[in-house]
Design a protein around this ligand. Structure first.
Ligand SMILES: Nc1ncnc2c1ncn2[C@@H]1O[C@H](COP(=O)(O)OP(=O)(O)OP(=O)(O)O)[C@@H](O)[C@H]1O
Ligand SMILES: O=C([O-])CC(=O)C(=O)O
Ligand SMILES: [Ca+2]
Ligand SMILES: [Mn+2]
Length: 675
């Protein structure tokens, strides 16, 4: 059977000689190639056992190596006939280029940039120019054309991981292949997000819709300043020889899928988003059309500090009216991931859908668990569970029909990663995975996960299907358990407590943890943090809006709330120790199996938490933290200190009503520490 080059297959007729001639490999069908030594005219003896290649030049030879990707199925409605298909495909490519050119267009000059598909390093790429013509619908007077309008910007569109590896290794310093095949990269000066540089355009709509002021992550900027930064980013990107464009999706719920376009300057960014967003099929890509949201990542280039509102050389700017985000002055790829999450925190609640900073997995019997928690508390670690299906590790939606993952990949912390404790994550770090800011052996390229030389916030981004028991499509039924993770650096919260609805809401709104070093720029060691909805950095509306939705959904579907401390035991950070991961896993197992629901409980002082007296596989004495502290006075003092911090933090929420009646609000206010 041989391919005729038109994607059709035919059986060779006749004998092996014909086939041999046709495929040019000189190998007889039923045996080894004949060895022939011939005397040629020039008298030199040739060993012709290897048949000649079908190439006249080295370049031609190299061109044989790469097969053109198989043509994708033409879109529905295309009239039959090879000619019609070719034409419409060309038309689609033209439209695609025009769309990209429009994305990249300066808003002050008359024409968009000339974009051409393909790698500028490859001469053979014929420039198929598309210049986005005039937003003003008249032709540019040639006189006003600037140099920047004369050059081409090459577009590397939805490259494959292999192509992106090559781009990264060739052009981006600090890119290496590790011993397991992952791409090691450096994110530059920023190795974590920069929440103080995240701005949102305040206009007539967002002024009323969004949460502004104290505690809010939304730092305001005006439309004009956004446009200044947008122009800066677009000019920077257009000044380059090439940009990467990713057209991808968010949200596995088909009814609420969002089309995103990411324009970036680094292969690292393109591969990161390839992994983290939902990857379109070739057909979906052909029909992608206009994106719902666009990111301009010009992270290599700073913002201009003389620009109004700018307080550093970093600015991450969100404009909801334009459905655009601009990134200047940080190459940390997590800004794109979490920037899009912010957008979902705006778009989804408008559709009565709850967006959640949570991991999510499902048991064999279809029981779904959500894992809320701030950065580093264990969402990824604990939702990746060999005995359960992974729906997602970080961002989800809860609709009338159940849950859906927003993303197509996972983003795991790798500090001190070990094969024994986290085998699935370990094995996912292979070809295609992006490894940020890790340190490796110069020769063997083996990663030293304990090395914090670059940062403590080392990360791996990999497609979700790299986890063997991922649930694809990443959707599931309504949750049975809602697990709130807190990494308590004070060491006074119990390893597990069962919560009633009011307590669940109280702790959800409080969003307590001890921020683990490094994820947010500038934080170097654990400190107590309160972050509403376990993700104040990403929410757009007032926390009580999300809380009310969560309460309603938990009530309606009978979900049980749990508070799990994945942090310290036997003393605070510095003297105590972090609770062993295998113990936390046993606790989580007992929640999933339902056995913990029916355990014996006692109530703690101050926080009024219901704690079990026994959990299978966990030493009973650690279940009440007081037992693990040798200095009981120190324990009581620390407990009171933390309770005070909770109380003070909650003061900002006491004037808000949650849900339809006052009853729940009052219960929530009473569900905090009592002293
Ligand atoms: N008892 C424990 N429970 C959970 N995680 C633990 C525990 N002890 C140590 N760890 C470590 O804590 C880290 C938890 O990080 P993880 O990636 O799960 O955070 P995350 O909640 O997903 O954060 P982010 O939102 O930033 O991705 C891992 O490195 C894990 O190995
Ligand atoms: O955003 C990041 O850099 C990592 C993350 O998931 C979080 O902080 O919640
Ligand atoms: Ca995570
Ligand atoms: Mn996260």
């Amino acid at each position: 059977m041989a391919s005729n080059g038109n994607g059709e297959f035919s059986f060779a007729s006749g004998n092996g000689t014909v086939a041999t001639a046709a495929n040019g490999n000189g190998t007889a069908r039923n045996g080894l190639a004949k060895i022939q030594t011939q005397k040629k005219d020039n008298g030199v003896c040739h060993d012709d056992s290897t048949p000649p290649v079908k190439a006249q030049t080295i370049d031609e030879l190299h061109s044989l190596q790469k097969k053109k990707s198989a043509p994708t199925t033409p879109i529905k409605g295309t009239q039959g006939g090879a000619f019609a298909v070719t034409l419409s495909e060309e038309e689609r490519h033209k439209q695609q280029l025009q769309s990209i050119s429009a994305s990249l267009a300066s808003l002050t000059r008359e024409t968009g940039p000339k974009v051409v598909r393909g790698d500028p390093a490859k001469q053979s790429d014929t420039p198929k120019v598309s210049s986005h013509v005039s937003h003003h619908h008249y032709f540019t007077p040639t006189i006003s054309v600037s140099d920047s309008a004369l050059k081409f910007t090459h577009v590397l569109y939805n490259l494959s991981p292999a192509e992106l590896y090559e781009q990264a290794i060739k052009y981006e310093k600090g890119s290496f292949v590790t011993s397991t095949g992952a791409l090691a990269t450096l994110s530059g000066a920023k190795t974590g997000r920069s929440p103080r540089d995240k701005r949102v355009v305040k206009d007539d709509t967002t002024e009323d819709d969004l949460w502004w002021g104290r505690g809010s992550p939304n730092i305001e900027m005006d439309e004009h300043t956004f446009m200044v930064n947008r122009e800066r980013a677009v000019d920077y990107l257009n000044s380059l020889d090439k940009v990467f464009v990713n057209d991808q999706f968010l949200n596995w719920d088909p009814e609420n899928r969002i089309k995103v376009r990411v324009v970036s300057a680094r292969a690292y960014h393109s591969l990161f988003m390839h992994n983290m967003c939902i990857r379109p099929t070739p057909e979906e890509l052909e029909n992608f059309g206009t994106p719902d949201f666009t990111i301009y990542n010009a992270g290599q280039f700073p913002c201009n500090r003389y620009t109004h509102y700018m307080t550093s050389s970093t600015s991450i700017d969100l404009n909801l009216a334009r459905s655009e985000m601009v990134i200047l002055g940080t190459m940390y790829a997590g800004e794109m991931k979490k920037g899009l999450f912010s957008v979902m925190h705006y778009l989804m609640p408008k559709r009565q859908i709850l967006s959640l900073h949570s991991g999510c997995n499902m048991g064999k019997d279809g029981d779904v668990a959500l894992f809320f928690g701030l950065s580093g508390t264990g969402k990824t670690t604990l939702s990746t569970d060999h005995n359960r299906y992974l729906i997602g590790d970080d961002e989800h939606c809860w609709t009338e029909n159940g849950v859906s993952n927003i993303e197509g990949g996972c983003y795991a912390k790798c500090i001190d990663l070990s094969r024994e404790k986290e085998p699935d994550i370990w094995n996912a770090i292979k070809f295609g995975a992006v490894l940020e800011n890790i340190v490796f052996d110069e020769h063997t390229r083996e990663v030293d996960y304990s090395d914090k030389s670059v940062t403590e916030n080392t990360r791996a981004a990999y497609p979700i299907e790299y986890i063997p028991n991922a649930k694809i499509p990443c959707v599931g039924p309504h949750p049975t358990n809602v697990i709130l993770l807190a990494c308590d650096a004070f060491g006074v919260l119990p390893p597990v407590s069962k919560l009633n609805l009011a307590q669940t809401m109280y702790h959800f709104i409080s969003g307590y943890t001890a921020l683990v070093a490094g994820t947010e720029d500038g934080i170097k060691e654990p400190t107590a943090t309160f972050s509403a909805c376990f993700g104040a950095a990403f929410i757009m509306l007032h926390p009580t809006k999300y809380a009310a939705m969560l309460a309603e959904k938990m009530q309606k579907h009978g979900a049980t709330g749990w508070l799990v401390n994945t942090g310290w035991s036997g003393g605070s950070y510095g003297s105590g120790k972090r609770i062993k991961l295998p113990y936390t896993r046993k606790i989580i197992d007992a929640i999933h199996s339902g056995s913990l629901l029916n355990a014996k409980y006692k109530k703690t002082e101050v926080f009024g938490l219901e704690i079990p007296t026994e959990v299978e596989g966990v030493p009973s004495e650690i279940l009440d933290p007081v037992n693990t502290w040798s200095d009981k006075n120190a324990y009581n003092e620390t407990l009171m200190k933390l309770a005070g911090l909770f109380k003070r933090n909650f003061e900002t929420f006491t004037n808000y009503k949650i849900g339809k009646d006052n009853k729940l609000t009052e219960e929530i206010l009473a569900a905090g520490p009592n002293f």
